[in-house]
Structure formats: C-alpha cells, structure tokens
Design a protein around this ligand. Structure first.
Ligand code: AMP
Ligand code: ZN
Length: 141
C-alpha cells in the first residue's frame, strides 16, 4: 500500500463517510467541507494528475459527479447551486495528489468562493498567440 491518503481510503484502511461506490469510483464526504455535503469523487486506482486518467475512468468520474450534484440538489441540503472543482498541481491549490473532483453544494450568499487574480491579455495579438500555442500543443497530444 502506498502512502496516498485516497488510496488508503479506497482500500478501507482510513475511514470515510461514503456516499457512493462502484467498480471504478468512490465518493465520500470531504473531511474539511466548504459547505455541508461537500463530496470528493475519486478513482479507486491511483492516477494523478487529470491528464493521466484513462478516458473510461474519467467518463465514470464525471458521470458520478453529475449524479451526486443532482442528488445534492434533490436532498434535504437543498442548495441553490453546485460547484464542480478539480485541482492539478500545488500552483492550482492541489493538496491531495490523487485525482479528485470536488462536488460542492452552494447557497445564495454563502460567502464561499475562490479568488482568482483578474487576468487580461496585453493585446489581441497576445491572445491570438496564446490560443495558437494551446491549439498547436493539442495537435501533438
Ligand atoms: P485539493 O486541495 O483539491 O487537493 O483537495 C483535497 C481535499 O481533500 C481537501 O478539501 C481536504 O479537506 C480533503 N481531505 C483530506 N484528507 C481527507 C480525508 N481523510 N477524508 C476526506 N477528505 C479529505
Ligand atoms: Zn492514490
């Protein structure tokens, strides 16, 4: 067993408040929730970061996240909305290095949120070059 906390949860070595499980995916309450009902959806197998997750597993993760978001909306939690959030790398706020999707119920005016610096391109040419750079990398991916 590796020392990944999510692998340990998936193996049942660390307790969790499970809300869903199938052959590929597990979902459980976040231990330090942004709001009541904050769920983490994880692959049972260790993958990190997002771009190393096989498409079949990713499709299941997103399908389960969708169902959980709807279940949160339909539950007694009765949120006004739901955030789906995912981090890759320390710079992006990742603290647990096993891919996971946050599914976070939100209430109007709950004050939760993430602050991102306001970005702006120096010029339309810079934005054109940035779009071209990503498109070129995608061609090779
Ligand atoms: P991130 O910052 O995207 O890597 O999020 C990691 C999340 O994992 C945080 O929201 C933590 O509260 C959560 N977390 C860490 N340890 C546990 C645990 N043992 N059980 C449930 N959630 C956890
Ligand atoms: Zn892991």
């Amino acid at each position: 067993m590796n020392d990944c906390i999510v692998c340990r949860i998936a193996a049942g070595c660390i307790p969790s408040r499970k809300v869903y499980e199938d052959d590929l995916v597990l979902a459980f309450l976040d231990i330090s929730p942004v709001s009541p009902g904050h769920v983490l959806v994880v692959p049972k197998e260790h993958f990190n970061p997002l771009w190393n997750v096989p498409d079949e597993v990713l499709a299941r993760l997103l399908s389960v996240a969708k169902r959980i978001a709807k279940a949160q909306m339909d539950s007694a939690l009765a949120p006004d909305g739901v955030n789906l959030f995912q981090t890759n790398g320390t710079a992006a706020g990742q603290t647990v290095f096993h891919v996971h999707f946050h599914v976070i119920p939100r209430k109007n005016g709950d004050g939760a949120g993430w602050t991102f610096p306001e970005g702006a391109y120096a010029s339309p040419e810079e934005a054109d070059a940035t779009a071209a750079a990503i498109a070129a990398a995608l061609e090779k991916a």
